[in-house]
Design a protein around this ligand. Structure first.
Ligand code: HEC
Length: 119
């Protein structure tokens, strides 16, 4: 029971406190934001809603997986994240803060090959 409680502390209490520290946009943090909020639809798997929709939209002319794109800018990423599109719901600042959005924009606009390697 004691072990479980400290694990809970790590997951729920301590981790958000650590994330609250002010930081500059960092693509490594952006990867974590992507994994948490976007990968369920946009990971490089053609069965996922976002990847499938973008495959259909661009007919393979540009990569369907967001992490493989080279044409995104932080502004474009932010516009879609805050406004949503089709059945992608907009994300609120209570879900993805402006600082996390900056990290995410940074992550998704780095050259491919430096990101998405872990999968
Ligand atoms: C519920 C599934 C879902 C989630 C979660 C989701 N998206 Fe999407 N996203 C979509 C779908 C579907 C589209 C394509 C809509 C269309 O057909 O134009 C899309 C489109 C986009 C586009 C537009 C790309 C283009 O060229 O048109 C961007 C950018 C994007 N998503 C970023 C994100 C980011 C960043 C996150 C995480 C914060 C995210 N999405 C989370 C489903 C999702």
């Amino acid at each position: 029971m004691r072990v479980q409680l400290s694990a809970l502390c790590l997951a729920l209490v301590c981790a958000p406190a650590a994330q609250a520290a002010p930081a500059k946009a960092d693509p490594r943090d952006g990867k974590a934001v992507f994994e948490k909020w976007c990968a369920a639809c946009h990971a490089p798997n053609p069965r996922l809603a976002g990847t499938l929709a973008l495959q259909t939209k661009y007919e393979g002319k540009i990569p369907a997986a967001l992490e493989a794109r080279t044409d995104l800018t932080p502004e474009i990423v932010a516009a879609f994240v805050r406004n949503g599109v089709a059945w992608m719901a907009p994300f609120r600042k209570t879900e993805i803060s402006d600082a996390e959005l900056a990290d995410l924009g940074d992550y998704l606009t780095k050259t491919p090959g430096t990101k998405g390697k872990a999968r």
